[in-house]
Design a protein around this ligand. Sequence first.
Ligand code: FES
Ligand SMILES: [Fe+2]
Length: 449
Amino acid sequence: MNAPQHGKFKDLVDPERGTLNRKLMADEEVYRLEQERVFARCWLFIGHESQIPDPRDFVSTYMGENPILLCRNDEGEIRAFLNMCTHRGNRVNRLDKGNARTFMCSYHGWTFDTNGALVGLPMAECYGDMDRSKWGLVSVAQLDVYKGLIFATFDPEAPSLKEYLGDAAWYLDMILDRREGGTEVVGPHRWSADANWKSAAENFGGDGYHIAASHGSGRKVGIDTTTSYTRGVGKGWHMHAGNGHVINAWAQSEDVKEGPWFAQPVPEIGDYMRENGAEIEERLGHARSHLFSPTGGTIFPNMSIHWLTYTIRVWHPRGPNKMEIWSWSIFDKAAPPKIKEIALDASLYRFSPAGVFEQDDMDNWAQVSSIASSVIAQRQPANYQTNIDLEIREHPEIPGLLGSIWSDSNQLDFHWQLACHLDAENWNEVNAQPSWNDLTRKRSTVNES
Ligand code: FES
Ligand SMILES: [Fe+2]
């Protein structure tokens, strides 16, 4: 591979030594460039199909800082637009959700239909022969759905969603495709935190190390994100699915022969999974039914999932030191109502504005983010050296590369991918740079020869 391994932003991450310049977490220039080169370029999760089940249903959401109107048109097809009137730029839709045939701007009354077309123009005779088709709502460049999850990108050059998710889709299926009928969501819960969005994305993407120190008190009173048995065995993997998507998982211990539900923290959900084990195994196959149980993960850049507590969320950037957190509970549509209720309670009790674990995390992320803007702090790199020299390997039944769950390899993968985007003008340049997986494979080849 001839692509350069150095660049203004790549030089802030050292995946081999395991360090990160704290500038990446605090710098105004980094933040601004992220808006252009990450959030206006990558595929971003914008909602779940179950939020807009019927024609003309709509919800408001965001892609980075851009307000988005996500809706179904009269035919039930999904559409997403910048939530901005093309006249002077008022927010065309002020509601969080609803059902509407058209959206009338409250400023001068321009009106748009569910395909974004400008269909209402007060005093139209004053506009001469203005071509209305040029003044419709600004649409996303591409939109696609993966098993209920709606994604969009503002970059027409972005690879397809299938290609973008790559091997990560295989892991997503373990929450999205366990049962016939897929999933449904409750939410979003929305709140803000005084922290950089990446502090949360990297934490969910790989930080098993923080749990004992950060969440010890919750565990003492009996609230956990897995079983104490699983944690006691302590075996697991960092999984590198490519394109910066990173997942961590508990691996099955030799003396437990049950499926991935061995790690379920809520006994009723474990029982439910066991009862439906045959269907789950038929749908997901051997590895995803017997070898491991995903815990947390991040779909690059800012969507995270916690498989064992049924939560999905987006870390919306709101400044170097601020983010909005939008969080949904997700569960199998086919589950009995009582189980859905238990799953919802279990999810909210752990991860929500009042969640036992969420509160611990947010405080740490806020401290990390605010201190990172200190000039002196930026002279001392952040340490990401946990077990990064351990062998990273391939597994015959599992896609991507596997490291140890007790390592910083996922976090370095995430930050490296971010730096590659910041150094690149466009997708061609992103693809020409060595991914973390490329670098790691190359290193292991060098070691072997
Ligand atoms: S800003 Fe929307 S109609 Fe004028
Ligand atoms: Fe945590």
